[in-house]
Design a protein around this ligand. Sequence first.
Ligand SMILES: Cc1cc2nc3c(=O)[nH]c(=O)nc-3n(C[C@H](O)[C@H](O)[C@H](O)COP(=O)(O)O)c2cc1C
Length: 320
Amino acid sequence: MTALHTPTCDLLGIDVPVLQAGMSTYTSPELVAAVSNAGGLGIIGGLGRSPDELRAEIRKVRELTSRPFGVNHVMCRLDPTAVQVTLAQRVPVLSLAWGRSEELTYQAHEAGIKVIHQVVTAEEAGLVASDGADVIVAQGTEGGGHVGMMSTLSLVPQVVDVVGAVPVLAAGGIADGRGLAAVMMLGAQGALIGTRFLATPEAHGRGHSKDVILNALGSQTLASRFFDDVTKQVWPGATVRSIKSPLLEEWAERQQEWALAAEQLRPSLEAALAAGDFVLAGESAGLVHDIVPAGELVSRIAHQAKELLNMRRNPDGSFS
Ligand SMILES: Cc1cc2nc3c(=O)[nH]c(=O)nc-3n(C[C@H](O)[C@H](O)[C@H](O)COP(=O)(O)O)c2cc1C
């Protein structure tokens, strides 16, 4: 047992508690497999993929790794056929977010699949724990993409306190071993990381989006309803964190106008997304200074966290 190896590692069959977030079509089979081959858990983004595309992604990941991996589905945007592909393929881990999942969690367990469920409040954590989730991810508002209102620092220990024996991972704002070590001090058994894994050769970028992340400061992100209102998505309780862009800055304060002008704004938003001028990413973009192969990143984060934690962690997992 290393200082970094937690019960969640045993539960998921991984070596180090570093999970790469299932980020819709931003993940590639190469990214997922590289993370899993390095001893972490790579997760395929299911959102935005047709059932056939998802089946092909799963097949490709299996060609590239024999280690555990996951598939993410977003409950409030669930494609029932796609999720049946995930269950039928008996992938090792089902990752869920944004909605309850008692029936799906039951079906996953019947298929021998572990369920990790991301939440943004302690109340939601209690509910998904009662639904049977094996692992709960507490996502702070610092994160990229769809986020809630609470910060990682205060949310993680509140979730830990609510869910009792269910292991908790932290997400939002973690990009290096310092972040991983810090959330483990809060009671998390590991981290689920999104933004940092966007700056890898394996992630699917959009236009010059990887350069935008490299050059962004943490203070240059904004969480807003602009993205969902303009794309007409209903995503209860969420805002979308992205790096500030001319389009967002022009419209940020004009919520009533943007909702009314959604039809006209949508082509501009889609063009900015495709060019990498509108980039979904979290505050940890300010910690991203290089493009690193995903496997190397897992090792780097784990090594740094282990060094920090070895100074303070007892063999039974407590701190002194
Ligand atoms: C570009 C992008 C796309 C994302 N897509 C999804 C998604 O499809 N499903 C999901 O559950 N979370 C998604 N997330 C959120 C991640 O699961 C995770 O909570 C977040 O990235 C953690 O914060 P961090 O970006 O600071 O590491 C996305 C995040 C980013 C940056």
